[in-house]
Design a protein around this ligand. Structure first.
Ligand code: J1V
Ligand code: ZN
Length: 497
């Protein structure tokens, strides 16, 4: 799918005689001028027909008309809702709805006329292009019979200057990263294993010229990663510690690391996930690693200048066996801290502890980790908002902004120092879980114990956002690819902290 900007308006666009489908956004209780222009072109009766069909231009509502032998032969009207409520997300939703209708109409060259009042041109064009591409993504890898999915080959964005085309090239890279993340999360745990994550990293490294360092169990033992290896211990699949590096061609001005939780399956261990705890969903527990690998893929293609990016995943499974962690075991992490494992289902923070210690040995200006870390964060913020913890106001602000530009929401929560006492162990330096109240805050405080205090660090708890049961807006149900757009925007804008 290719995107192109054109200053044409819906009254005259023909896509060089090749445009077969025109989609036009309309606000509710408005659209008079646009409709008159379309009637002048395509013939009268459009307004009456819309009234008869009770088209109210509600957000995402569409109506299609076919004129057969004309160019364009299909007209799609898509509702934008109230003009006063127009924003980035209304635009995204309408563009996605138009794309779905255009796909159903078999569009080959689609012209899309959407307003972008109150927004800047470049991000508005990117929003439309991302919405079109990502709403038409369908994952049919595990179906024996594939339903043919129609996607337009060319999408012209009307009302935008052609200079913006260059920026749209970045949309393709970002969307490919989001799609990779969705595919990784949606694949079952017998397909996406720690080794499969390592192979994905190797494929990204080979395709885009990134450096890959892969640590096997023995390498991790030599580094003293007792927390990570404790979690990995019961699985028959070996752990894979992944370290990808993107180096810019010119001078390096900043260095950042993205660390993702990579539990390819989380049974809970001996604190087994029992009835109601969604054990069958726990393939999704590598959502953080999917986000950082998706971002690595996009960054590898975009090749931002001046910024070095490290992508780190301590991948493994949390299983049970005669050799599994016992609830109560004491582990020693690679910074020497001892941890009493009072709950084997709080394993993500154990794997992240060693990954964060490893990252902190690199020369970094900022460190961001993403993890499907706590059920408590899902209860607090739901499916659409991820939790954000950071001692740095400026890094927190930069990530919130990068998220907003990518249509991803974060809400900052406190690293309440007094809650650290909830992690006190009578026998070790720390226990891995505190009391149930404030559970995602103590999880963040636990991670902070493994981060150099002078480093700008942020922790993103994406447990609620990487999977959507019902689909979000017009995005399909299932894996969302959450986090990729935030990370890519943040890195591309310089990785500010
Ligand atoms: C585990 C017991 C000790 C306190 C912390 C608890 C926890 O937050 N466990 C998370 C976990 O297993 N980390 O490895 C956890 C993460 C996500 C628990 C539940 C979920 C969860 C997320 C969902 F989106 C969801 F729908 C669900 F049912 C569970
Ligand atoms: Zn767990």
């Amino acid at each position: 799918m290719e995107f192109r900007c054109t200053p044409a308006d819906p009254g005259n666009w023909a896509g060089d005689g090749e445009g077969d489908t025109l989609a036009v956004g309309l606000f509710s209780g408005d659209g008079g001028n646009i409709l008159e222009g379309l009637e002048a072109r395509l013939g009268p009766g459009l307004k009456q027909r819309l009234e008869r069909r009770r088209f109210k231009a509600k957000p995402g509502e569409t109506q299609s008309f076919d004129w057969l032998e004309r160019c364009p032969g299909t007209l799609i009207l898509v509702g934008l809702g109230d003009a006063e409520c127009f924003d980035r997300s209304a635009l995204s939703r309408a563009a996605a709805a138009a794309a779905k209708a255009a796909s159903a109409a078999g569009a080959h060259h689609l012209g899309l006329a959407m307003p972008w009042q109150g927004l800047e041109a470049a991000p508005a064009a990117a929003t439309i292009a991302e919405a079109v591409r990502l709403s038409l993504f369908a994952d049919q890898r595990f179906k024996s019979e594939v339903e043919p999915q129609h996607r337009p080959a060319l999408v012209s964005l009307l009302g935008f200057e052609p200079e913006l085309d260059e920026g749209l090239a970045a949309v393709g890279a970002t969307c490919a990263g989001v799609e990779l993340a969705r595919e990784l999360v949606a694949a079952p745990p017998n397909v996406v294993t720690p080794e499969a994550l390592a192979e994905t990293a190797a494929a990204i490294a080979a395709e885009f010229g990134l450096e890959l360092k892969l640590l096997e169990r023995a390498d991790c033992e030599a580094l003293g990663m007792g927390a990570y290896l404790g979690v990995a211990r019961a699985s028959s699949l070996p752990p894979k510690f992944i370290h990808l590096t993107y180096r810019p061609s010119g001078a390096v001005r900043r260095r950042v690391a993205l660390v993702g939780k990579g539990l390819t399956f989380d049974s809970g261990g001996y604190n087994l996930k029992v009835g109601g705890s969604q054990i069958e969903m726990m393939k999704y527990d590598m959502g953080g690693s999917a986000a950082v690998l998706g971002a690595a893929r996009a960054i590898g293609e975009l090749k931002p200048e001046g910024i070095e990016v490290h992508v780190i995943v301590a991948a493994c499974e949390n299983m049970i066996s005669g050799d599994a962690l016992h609830p109560g075991d004491i582990l020693t992490a690679s910074n020497g801290k001892t941890i009493e494992v009072n709950n084997t289902d709080a394993e993500g923070r154990l794997t992240l502890a060693d990954a964060l210690v490893y990252a902190c040995k690199l020369e970094l200006d900022a460190l961001v980790d993403l993890a499907t870390l706590t059920g408590a964060c899902v209860i607090a913020l739901g499916e659409e908002i991820a939790g954000l913890w950071s001692p740095s106001d400026s890094l927190a602000a930069a990530l919130v902004t990068a998220g907003r530009d990518g249509g991803e929401s974060f809400w900052r929560l406190p690293l309440q120092a007094s809650y650290k006492k909830g992690l006190k162990s009578p026998v070790a330096d720390l226990k891995n879980t505190g009391p149930r109240p404030g559970g995602s805050i103590t999880a963040a405080l636990f991670l902070q114990e493994f981060v150099r205090p002078d480093l700008a660090w942020a922790h993103l708890d994406i447990a609620g956002t990487v999977w959507s049961d019902k689909g979000r807006g017009l995005d399909p149900a299932g894996a969302t690819g959450f986090g990729v757009r935030t990370l890519v925007n943040w890195v591309a804008s310089g990785g500010q902290a």
